[in-house]
Design a protein around this ligand. Sequence first.
Ligand SMILES: Nc1ncnc2c1ncn2[C@@H]1O[C@H](COP(=O)(O)OP(=O)(O)OP(=O)(O)O)[C@@H](O)[C@H]1O
Ligand SMILES: [Mg+2]
Length: 258
Amino acid sequence: MLSLNDVFLTYSNGNTSVQALAGVNLKIEKGKSYAIIGPSGCGKTSLIFLMAGLIAPTQGEVFLHEMKVVKPHRGTALILQEYGLLPWKTVWENAALGLKLRKVPEQEIADILGQVFEELELTECIDRYPNQLSGGQKQRVALARALSLQPEILLMDEPLSALDALTRENLQEVILRLIKKHRITSVLVTHSIEEAVYLGQEIIILSARPGKISAIVANTEQGTEGYRHKMSFYAKCTEVRGLLEVHCQSDDRLLQKQ
Ligand SMILES: Nc1ncnc2c1ncn2[C@@H]1O[C@H](COP(=O)(O)OP(=O)(O)OP(=O)(O)O)[C@@H](O)[C@H]1O
Ligand SMILES: [Mg+2]
């Protein structure tokens, strides 16, 4: 569905340049869920932005349905860490923003949002403003806005990292349920090993900057009943942690050890 072919990305600011990604090859298959994990600054957000068509690779190509990605695509929804809510608009208006931009008729917006709000248990918050919501509720509004667009592919950049542990687990359940129910292809960037293992059918491990794919871990039990409490879940977390330790030390840390 989505593929990155030998992608390199270098940011240039005047006479300094930063190589963020080097030689990334990746295939995202329809209906599957992926988690991307790697050290801070290794290029995870850059990778998500490339998939979303918000930035272009310096070298290599990104394809969606075999068409080169050169701008954001209608079927792609993106959720960022900072929720992206407008403080002067109500929850309902914030969630309706994407549909309004697409000029969807009011009645249709009401039908779509009504259902999404019920699924996300947000109905009681409809008339509130973002500053009257908890972090978890704000994140659910961001999720509602993305889901209302009925995306083919949902890209999420650390969407839950600002939340406390229990709210976070609760929203992981919500995301899992929704992507399964709507058969959405999803790519989630996270710093949390447990979150990657809970939500990713495939776990993509990036090396320290410039980010390269150092391993892809198949996680066949992902999404099965009660996975979080099984021994196999802990074993998978240990496997991912081991790979991160081997592949993801930055050059500075390696130098210090020598
Ligand atoms: N616009 C930019 N100009 C210059 N350098 C940038 C720009 N955006 C990102 N970078 C650099 O590129 C590298 C990768 O950044 P990116 O945001 O993709 O990392 P990340 O893996 O998402 O990090 P984090 O885990 O901290 O969110 C970093 O070293 C960052 O400083
Ligand atoms: Mg980032």
